[in-house]
Design a protein around this ligand. Structure first.
Ligand code: KG4
Ligand code: ZN
Length: 353
């Protein structure tokens, strides 16, 4: 029997179980991450971050990311199995992020997962990274049920998605230029803060006041879309003007003004969409979802409208293997087939693919 037939037969046999043991691999950017999950229960979640390596370059260098994934992936996998107290033989299924992300980085995880799946003749589930971010919420809140609205705010995406089922989403609004995490990172650079900029800006903003005016994109337009390039340019121009005039740059105020503006827009768009669609649950996902101001603002304003808000713990917001395991579980439960060993990475997968 061919690998794919064996894999699909095994998948069908396990589909109705609630204790499927999934080993999930994530290597789309600068985190080599592997998690083990039994059903909805997270057994281990090991993350080897390369942040310190990329920091000195002010952002992720793709080639360096790939090389470091290659060096880390085997040990991270072994550690994840060890912490979960399970053996590779006991694992039912291998899951892996196949996109979106950096192609070379993705390829490391995909090749490793394929080798593992083939060698052990276990099913291979190819997971969309962005849907993985959404699914981090099922770990934190196992009784969460679609439909709900999800704000996905990460380094690569800013999207409002209507989550129709465990696997299907519909886009309601998305960024027309930069992703919000990207904007956080670029503004941080202007402020002389290291990569990744989001947590740094959040920290610095605590010492500032939002008193520097920044533009509101699509102010009078009836849209749930986002745009960050105008805000980013306004921050850069403000910093340059200060420099030209020989004035001291009020870095904390600028960080605070930027953070207030972008979180206001994210919250306004998401809640406006929720009200228009008569959806009573909003969920936050992605790295920028770790932002405390965004979380608080969303909760406070949603409460006024009778809308419930959920978000994952910080460790499950930024890239991790647990969210990939969680989405793989959803996929298995809704009839997904195993990938074959010709599975390829795809840097440009969209959330609805
Ligand atoms: O989801 P993620 O880990 O990777 C992608 O899939 O892109 O998101 C990384 C992004 C970075 O741009 C980082 O600056 C941002 O999330 N981020 C934050 C915070 N923590 C991480 N942005 C704002 N506030 C934070 N606390
Ligand atoms: Zn991500």
């Amino acid at each position: 029997m061919k690998y794919i037939d064996i894999a699909n037969k095994k998948l069908d046999e396990m589909r109705n179980r609630d204790d499927i043991l999934i080993l999930a691999i994530e290597s789309s950017c600068d985190e080599t991450a592997v998690a083990v999950m039994r059903g909805r229960e997270l057994l281990s979640n090991v993350i080897a971050s390369q942040i310190d390596i990329h920091k000195r370059f002010g952002g992720v260098v793709p080639e360096i990311a790939s090389r470091n994934h290659t060096m880390a992936i085997d040990n991270v996998t072994k550690q994840a199995l060890e912490e979960a107290n399970v053996t590779l033989e006991e694992v039912d299924c291998i899951a892996v992020t196949y996109g979106a992300g950096l192609l070379g980085a993705l390829l490391v995880g995909v090749s490793y997962a394929k080798a593992l799946a083939y060698a052990t003749q276990k099913p291979l589930i190819a997971v969309n990274h962005i849907k993985g971010h959404i699914s981090a919420n099922y770990i934190a809140k196992p009784d969460l049920q679609p439909p709900y609205l999800c704000l996905i705010a990460s380094g690569g995406h800013t999207t409002i998605a209507y989550v129709k089922s465990l696997v299907d989403v519909e886009i309601k609004g998305t960024t027309q230029d930069d992703a919000c995490g990207e904007a956080f990172d670029k503004v941080a650079r202007v402020l002389g803060l290291p990569y990744p900029g989001g947590p740094q800006i959040e920290q610095l903003a605590k010492e500032g006041v939002a008193n520097i005016p920044l533009p509101t994109p699509y102010k009078d337009k009836d849209t749930y879309d986002f745009s960050y390039s105008g805000i980013k340019t306004a921050v850069i121009n403000y910093a340059h003007k200060c420099e030209q005039k020989g004035e001291e740059l009020r870095r904390a105020d600028l960080a605070c003004s930027f953070q207030e503006k972008v979180t206001d827009i994210m919250v306004d768009n998401t809640l406006r969409c929720a009200v228009d669609m008569k959806v009573d649950t909003v969920v936050i996902a992605g790295g920028v979802g770790a932002n405390g101001v965004l979380r608080e603002k969303m909760e406070m304003r949603a409460k006024e409208k009778g809308i419930k808000v959920y978000y994952p713990p910080l460790k499950l917001c930024t890239d991790n293997g647990a969210m990939i395991a969680s989405q793989a579980y959803n996929m298995i439960k809704t009839g997904a087939k195993s990938s074959d060993i010709d599975l390829d990475a795809n840097a440009n997968v969209r959330v609805f693919d």
